[in-house]
Design a protein around this ligand. Structure first.
Ligand code: GLA
Length: 449
């Protein structure tokens, strides 16, 4: 074969390789199927409905950035928080890794990258907590429980060791993500359900070993490392007057000692029957009176009134439950809107009913449905209630119309770029066919000679 023929064949393969490695040819079957199967509904995005009031967030795991979950997330929410992957036990793999400064950032990085790519704010949950933290944090150098130590000298050394571990952990996390976090849950659930240590504090290992120093030091250190982010103390049942007042007193006390606390995180795991919206509002007002921000950090609203009610499947849940839930959500969001100057974000502890920690909790074997989107990602009566519109009403159509105009413009841009891609593909394919033909003719002619 002559050199020319070899050159032509080589060129032909080269062009083929270049074209088939183009990302246009590489849309996975999965992505394609998904895009056809699921489209977010033609309803106004939550983040638009509350744009004048507060951020609307959702708790997610990395797998919720994909498929239907991902599409819902992108469409309705403008803030995310990690359901689990930013907790200490997820970041710290082993004592040895910790001591060598090796941390597991993979999943946390994925969420940060996603949030930034989609222009979403990030809440960091959570730096210091008594739960989901490796137990060796609370063991002394010999592997004994620090809380069992009775020798005052050793107790002092243990306290310093634990605080040193805390400093090292906080420094690693905050150094990595500083400047990218809207609000840090610096400490989670430090309050007890009753009088606790006498001042209402939970008698966790943190408290037993360090007193309240862990709280003070944690806030000061995060402020030092990431001066512009909001620093939050997060807890549940913050509406219960006794717990609320203990928390209030703790914050006043810490502030007097110069501890930089910017906000209170109200988890808000509530139900159709509990608590009253008035109590939730009063708590927000009480903390606002200290000049603090309030964040609704883990919102879900169970359809159950008590532990004896049980529906095993979504199909068993009667319609009236969803109506009841809608009325409560409506009241709740009206209160949030009324107090919006004191509330910077409202974050749901999930995206839609298909995934929630409330399935099987607190009652094994029962399904819960605590969000405004159902198990098929469809808007529930609760969505319409917080949006302040009746489904299929004139107002609903008007809102959709308004939203569709923006949506149509986006679609036109997409369609236009798809057309350009189509033309590009056709030109390339035609060129390929012509080139192949030319090569064949050339080879045949050469042979005849
Ligand atoms: C608490 C924690 C959250 C989460 C929920 C249950 O509220 O703050 O991180 O673990 O419990 O899912």
């Amino acid at each position: 074969m002559s050199k020319r023929i070899c050159l032509f064949i080589l060129l032909f393969f080269l062009i083929n390789v270049i074209i088939t490695s183009d990302p246009i040819f590489h849309v996975s079957a999965d992505e394609n199927e998904n895009a056809e199967e699921f489209q977010p509904e033609n309803i106004a995005p939550l983040r638009d409905l509350f744009a004048d009031y507060f951020y609307i967030g959702a708790a997610v795991e990395p797998q919720h950035l994909l498929h239907e979950f991902g599409q819902m997330l992108e469409y309705h929410y403008n803030m995310i928080v990690a359901e689990n992957v930013m907790k200490p036990e997820a970041i710290v793999r082993s004592k040895e890794d910790f001591e060598n400064g090796n941390f597991n950032w993979t999943s946390a990085d994925i969420l940060f990258d996603y949030a930034e790519k989609h222009g979403m704010k990030m809440r960091y949950h959570t730096l210091i907590w008594h739960n989901q933290t490796p137990n060796w944090f609370f063991l002394d150098e010999d592997g004994n429980e620090m809380i069992d130590e009775t020798d005052p000298e050793k107790q002092k050394a243990n306290k310093e060791l634990l605080l040193e571990r805390m400093r090292k952990y906080i420094t690693a996390v905050v150094e990595r993500y500083k400047g990218r976090v809207e609000a840090w849950d610096v400490v989670n659930e430090v309050m007890a359900d009753d009088e606790g240590n006498g001042d209402g504090l939970r008698e966790s290992k943190w408290l037993q070993i360090t007193g309240t120093d862990f709280i003070e030091e944690a806030f000061k250190l995060v402020r030092e490392l990431d001066p512009d982010a909001k620093l939050v103390i997060n807890d549940y049942n913050t509406h219960i007057p006794s717990k609320r007042d203990y928390l209030y007193n703790l914050i006043v006390d810490l502030q007097e000692k110069g501890t930089p606390i910017d906000g209170v995180g109200h988890q808000t795991h509530i139900s159709i029957s509990y608590p009253s919206i008035r109590e939730i509002g009063e708590s927000i007002e009480k903390f606002a009176s200290l000049g603090l921000d309030n964040e609704i950090t883990e919102l879900d609203l169970s359809i159950y009134r008590n532990d004896s009610e049980v529906y095993h499947t979504f199909d068993e849940i009667p319609e009236f439950k969803y109506e009841r839930q809608a009325r409560k959500y409506e009241e709740l969001f009206n209160e949030f809107k009324r107090l919006h100057e004191h509330i910077s974000s409202v974050v749901f502890w999930g995206i839609a009913d298909i995934h929630t920690w409330k399935h099987n909790f607190p009652v094994e074997g029962r399904k819960d449905a605590p969000f405004v989107f159902d198990e098929n990602f469809k808007a529930k009566p609760a969505y319409y209630a917080i949006a302040g519109i009746e489904p299929n009403s004139e107002e609903d159509h008007a809102k959709n119309e308004e939203h569709n105009i923006a949506h149509d413009t986006d679609q036109e841009v997409n369609e236009e770029s798809e057309n350009i891609i189509d033309v590009y593909l056709w030109v390339v394919l035609t060129a390929l066919i012509i080139l192949t033909g030319a090569i064949i003719i050339f080879i045949v002619r050469r042979r005849k000679k």
